[in-house]
Design a protein around this ligand. Sequence first.
Ligand code: ATP
Ligand code: MG
Length: 183
Amino acid sequence: MKFTRLRVLGFKSFVEPIDLHIEPGLTGVVGPNGCGKSNLVEALRWVMGEASYKNMRASGMDDVIFSGSGNRPPRNTAEVTLVIDNADRTAPATLNDADVLEVSRRIEREAGSVYKINGRDVRARDVQLLFADASSGAHSPAMVGQGKIGELIAAKPKDRRALLEEAAGISGLHNRRHEAELR
Ligand code: ATP
Ligand code: MG
């Protein structure tokens, strides 16, 4: 799954719109402390369906919305869009007729999040499954946060197994089985 662009508006410190082109190969993000490097990675995790505000270093999901600074007033919405090159058709079958997928998540204060794929309203679940199937979800081992290596070494076998399942791309299947059993 190739990410080609990340658009961010009103998310955390990104009050001005940014449209980041992600070139093939390795991308490095550099800058002084507090310039927004971690916020950028969080924007990526958020658009993939991160449901835990704690994982966003926030005390509520609305905290991801730009809260104002200096003479800039706070915003009421935040939006992140991830553009994916689907030429290799790695997306689930229902989305497989599109060469490019645009996944977006928008949050409004006190109104929660709305997700879209190529302009169509979808559930958070659809977005989470899209990335879980491609082993690149918000909790995938492709995203290694600070302190995570130490945590993995100290983890219980059951927790370590969950990580291996995510890496193998089968956690989406587990989630679907769980949903099917609930019905
Ligand atoms: P370091 O090099 O120290 O890891 P960093 O580049 O990763 O720094 P971030 O943690 O991404 O920096 O950015 C922190 C900045 O983002 C802080 O200045 C903080 O005030 C700002 N910030 C976080 N949430 C919001 C928000 N909701 N509204 C406005 N600014 C925010
Ligand atoms: Mg940081």
